[in-house]
Design a protein around this ligand. Structure first.
Ligand code: ATP
Ligand code: MG
Length: 222
């Protein structure tokens, strides 16, 4: 049985969209398919005007490097490298040279101007996730995907991280976040409620209470 079914979705430039729904409803799968991290058997995903399925592995990688940033729950920083080096390495792998000033700006934007020389092990979870976000923003992606970016953080730290992602949206850059956090979800312009691989509901400018109600409703209908 397909994991995702009948999903039709347009992400507009500059908007923030959050995806919520029960465990196993397909949130991560949707994010991975949209971002080109996971191939799909049928359907169509267009990113920056290109149909992902038609691209060779190399062209897909190039398209992702140019347009896409991804933030993971587990930060995915290289433990032996400093925050600065993590950002520089990522840029080098993306063949997007960043100058020292770009790294400074990215670190300043996430409130870590004085932590550039620290290794991940010397930083709190929230600081590590902010480095991961700085690493993505330094590449100036058109679209940022985040799969439960606050899942490993306490509520207050998670709220800071989500505010950074909220601030990253706009000016043509879109942000798509999968989250179980109602307050976080409600920061988005649009909330998609997934259930059994379908978009069960879509909310606009929702309050946390409305998000909770929609999720409860999705579970009750299961
Ligand atoms: N690579 C895969 N091959 C086959 N089935 C998969 C694969 N990845 C996920 N699934 C299945 O697809 C469904 C959706 O999984 P997915 O990880 O997208 O859910 P999720 O909404 O992100 O859940 P959670 O909130 O627990 O992270 C699940 O039933 C899962 O078992
Ligand atoms: Mg998931």
């Amino acid at each position: 049985m397909p994991v995702l079914r009948g999903i039709s979705l347009d992400i507009r430039a500059g908007e923030m969209v959050s995806i919520v729904g029960p465990s196993g409803s397909g949130k991560s799968t949707l994010l991975y398919c949209l971002s080109g991290l996971e191939p799909y058997d049928s359907g169509s995903v267009q990113l920056a005007g290109r149909e992902l399925r038609t691209l060779s592995r190399g062209s897909l990688a190039a398209l992702r490097r140019k347009h896409v940033g991804f933030v993971f729950q587990s930060f995915n920083l290289v433990p032996s490298l400093s925050a600065r080096e993590n950002i520089a390495l990522s840029a080098r792998l993306a063949r997007r040279p960043v100058h020292a000033a770009d790294i400074d700006r990215a670190l300043t934007d996430v409130g870590l101007a004085d932590r550039g020389r620290h290794r991940p092990g010397q930083l709190s979870g929230g600081q590590q996730q902010r480095v991961a976000i700085a690493r993505v923003l330094a590449m100036r992606p058109d679209i940022v995907f985040a799969d439960e970016p606050t899942g490993s953080l306490d509520t207050a730290t998670g709220a800071d991280v989500l505010r950074l992602l909220r601030a990253a949206a706009g000016g043509g850059r879109s942000v798509i976040v999968v989250t179980h956090d109602l307050e976080a979800a409600a920061l988005a312009d649009r909330v998609l409620v997934l259930r059994d691989g379908l978009i069960h509901n879509e909310l606009h400018q929702a309050t946390p209470e409305q998000v909770l109600e929609a999720i409860t409703h999705a579970k009750a209908d299961a």
